[in-house]
Design a protein around this ligand. Structure first.
Ligand SMILES: [Zn+2]
Length: 304
């Protein structure tokens, strides 16, 4: 903590950046998860340089800031993070930034009544809002409005970029709806390693069961594995799914327990849950990640 304080003090700019300060250079943006990095790139375009702290396969629930991260955060013009306690271990560092750097939680624009509060999360909202594309669209507005306030000279650019991206996201939402509708309602059961897909389930009509709870911070117990294996065998669910940012062994334990009950469930593929795919791959964008997930789920559940 002392080290953090020293670093923060050393790299704190004297005051918040004004529009004049930014006129001759790009805006330095630091983001947490890849989905937010993508929104900022889409909206900020050529006016921003974006540093995403969490790359492919990184679990935001467990992520801790390195010394380098603290320096990057402290010298940013603006920091965009998810909020809703997704970046649990970064919260303190982000709070310390707030009087030196502009920070914005991209989920702040979501109507609080639309947040899910699963029992397992003890009254806290479920942070995995990005899998309901219509909810995630509100983050574009937060990024746009924050950049406009910081850099009003480029307001038109941010507004037109945001409008264009929102059109793409509307189209994506309709695509997921159409693909989901191909699966008969009673077969729309999604089983994954942790509870990242509750919003997906609500938006697109899937019953969702996760092995590990809403955060990956708690390990799955043998009781969780047994309960889930019973459910799969009884309902004869054809496929379950692994996640890019959660160890495979958890879901393999469920598969083995189902086999012990005389039913064969296949691993239907890997879903991207809390992190996107590698840079330069289709799944390295938010749109590509969402498309990959729905295509993988539908294909496996229909045994295509
Ligand atoms: Zn998660």
């Amino acid at each position: 903590m002392l080290l953090l304080s020293v670093l923060l003090a050393a790299c704190a700019p004297p005051a918040r950046q004004s529009a004049v300060d930014l006129a001759g250079r790009k805006i330095r943006v630091v983001t947490t998860v890849g989905m937010i990095t993508d929104v900022v790139r889409q909206v900020g375009g050529e006016r921003v340089t974006v540093t995403g702290l969490m790359g492919p396969g990184v679990d935001p629930h467990l992520y801790k800031a390195s010394e380098g991260d603290v320096l990057r955060l402290g010298t940013a013009d603006v920091v965009f993070y998810s909020g809703l306690h997704l970046e649990a271990k970064l919260a303190e560092v982000l709070e310390r930034m707030q009087d030196r750097v502009v920070t914005a939680a991209v989920t702040d624009g979501i109507d609080r009544s639309l947040l899910l509060k699963p029992e397992a999360f003890q009254g806290q909202p479920d942070p995995h809002v990005w899998f309901d594309v219509s909810l995630w669209m509100t983050t574009v507005n937060i990024v746009r409005d924050t950049l406009v306030r910081l850099d009003p000279g480029s307001a038109e650019l941010y507004r037109s970029n945001a409008a264009a991206y929102l059109l793409q996201l509307e189209e994506l939402h309709r695509y997921v709806q159409a693909q989901a509708a191909r699966v008969p309602p009673e077969q729309r059961v999604l089983i994954t390693a942790h509870d990242a897909f509750n919003y997906f389930g609500r938006a697109y009509g899937f019953e969702v069961r996760g092995l590990q709870g809403v955060s990956t911070a708690s390990e799955a117990g043998t009781g969780d594995v047994r309960g889930l294996a019973d459910f799969i065998a009884q309902r004869r669910i054809p496929a379950l799914f692994i996640e890019s940012s959660v160890p495979v062994r958890n879901i393999e334990a469920v598969q083995a327990a189902v086999r012990a009950r005389g039913f064969e469930v296949v691993i239907g593929g890997e879903l991207f849950s809390d992190a996107m795919g590698g840079a330069g791959t289709p799944e390295g964008t938010y749109i590509g990640m969402v498309r990959h997930n729905i295509d993988t789920i539908v294909k496996a559940l229909l045994a295509e």
